[in-house]
Design a protein around this ligand. Structure first.
Ligand code: HEM
Length: 365
């Protein structure tokens, strides 16, 4: 196997018009926020608005890591409090019979080291979805898809129903716009899988201390793997995912592996284009830490009041050693700030990086 490449800032190629792309994305996302906040009388995230799992956890960094993996947050073995938010990607709160991709946001606390510019607190966030590649090669192409869609449909309708299709790929998105509700029901073509059984990927690249990597979160305990491939029946159950996770996370301790895929070849494993699958035959994912959760009610209104309302997750909240890389990651800085800032202002609830997050845990009987 080739050795991992070394990180240098010139790995990134920043196009001249990136600031315009960011402004364009923010305008489109602001439309979504205006629409949904007017509908709900309350602001929710511009995408991934609906949470389905809110889980208090602990991340244990492995003690036996070779030097190429003992980087950044993973340089020292130890335990960190963590919180995991499981979501689906639309910008509003849809019935779960509309089957859409799943996402996870992981916040790791008590993390030391030089921080990214503007990153508050002592936290490190990692954000992933349940597929290995992103739908657009760069932020400008992603914005084009969004705009195209916005033109072909009524904005409110689009904001409510079609964003997840864009995140999945243009072709399907356009089908969804032209189609009737039957198309929308299978929008994105995502199977209605159990989120606890899924493997999640960053899709985009990050600095990994001296190196560059993508990350994944893999279910390993039987309490999770028994749900891999399980389909959720959401017929007549608009909140089927919440109900299912609330029950299943309470049944036993859960364990995920946090894995890292080091970049070993910048041609075959590009940093700017997240549609290119990094081959595991060139560089396999390897475990750097274990995420553990004690049995707990995996979702509740009381938990949502804490995690959905008082927290934000962003790949730009964290260490310089895990700097987000590539076009799609760079534009996420201003767009996530805009969305979480809008939520904080509209809801009159300031959002700060936490030192600990304790989620309500009524007696499990
Ligand atoms: C140009 C590309 C992208 C844009 C413009 C974008 C934008 C956003 C915005 C505005 C939010 C809401 C932030 C908040 O209100 O706190 C968000 C959340 C989220 N995004 Fe992205 N995103 C992009 C790419 C990605 C990618 C590549 C992934 C994963 C592989 C991802 C996964 C998520 C997840 C899981 C959340 C929910 C975070 C939470 O639970 O708070 N996004 N995104």
């Amino acid at each position: 196997m080739q050795p991992p490449i070394y990180y240098t800032p010139d790995i990134e190629q920043i196009p001249d018009d990136e600031a315009e792309t960011i402004a364009g994305l923010n305008a489109v996302l602001k439309d979504i926020l205006d629409t949904t906040s007017a509908d709900y009388g309350h602001a929710v995230r511009a995408v991934h608005a609906k949470s389905h799992g809110l889980i208090e956890a602990e991340l244990e960094v492995r003690a036996d890591l070779p030097s190429e993996l003992a980087q950044g947050l993973f340089a020292n073995p130890g335990r960190h409090p963590a919180v995991l938010r499981i979501s689906t990607n639309p910008g509003d709160i849809l019935a779960d019979s509309i089957s859409v991709p799943r996402g996870v946001a992981l916040k790791i606390m008590n993390v030391d080291g030089p921080r990214l510019e503007g990153a508050e607190g002592r936290t490190q966030d990692f954000i992933m979805v349940n597929g290995p590649v992103f739908s657009a090669p760069d932020a400008a192409s992603f914005l084009k898809n969004l705009k195209l869609l916005a033109k072909t449909t009524d904005r409110a309708e689009w904001a409510k129903k079609a964003l997840s299709a864009v995140l999945r790929g243009t072709e399907r998105a356009l089908e969804a716009v032209g189609g009737e509700s039957a198309t929308l029901k299978t929008m994105g073509g995502a199977p209605n899988v159990h989120p606890l059984g899924e493997t999640y990927y960053t899709q985009t690249a990050f600095r990994f201390g001296d190196h560059v990597a993508k990350l994944s979160l893999v279910p390993v305990s039987q309490t999770l793997t028994r749900h891999t491939g399980e389909m959720i029946n959401a017929k007549g159950r608009p909140d089927a995912l919440r109900e299912t996770i609330a029950q299943d996370a309470a049944k036993g301790p859960c364990e995920w592996d946090l894995r890292v895929q080091l970049c070993r070849d910048l041609e075959k494993m590009p940093v700017e284009d997240p549609t290119v699958l990094w081959g595991e035959e060139i560089s396999p994912f390897r475990s750097v830490a274990i995420l553990r959760a004690a049995p707990q009610p995996g979702w509740s209104e009381a938990r949502a009041a804490i995690v959905d309302e008082t927290l934000r997750f962003s790949v730009w909240t964290g260490l310089e050693a895990h700097r987000p890389l590539g076009s799609v990651n760079r534009v996420r800085r201003a767009t996530y700030e805009m969305s979480s800032g809008f939520r904080a202002r509209t809801n009159g609830c300031p959002i700060h990086e936490p030192a600990t997050v304790t989620l309500p845990r009524p007696d499990l009987t």
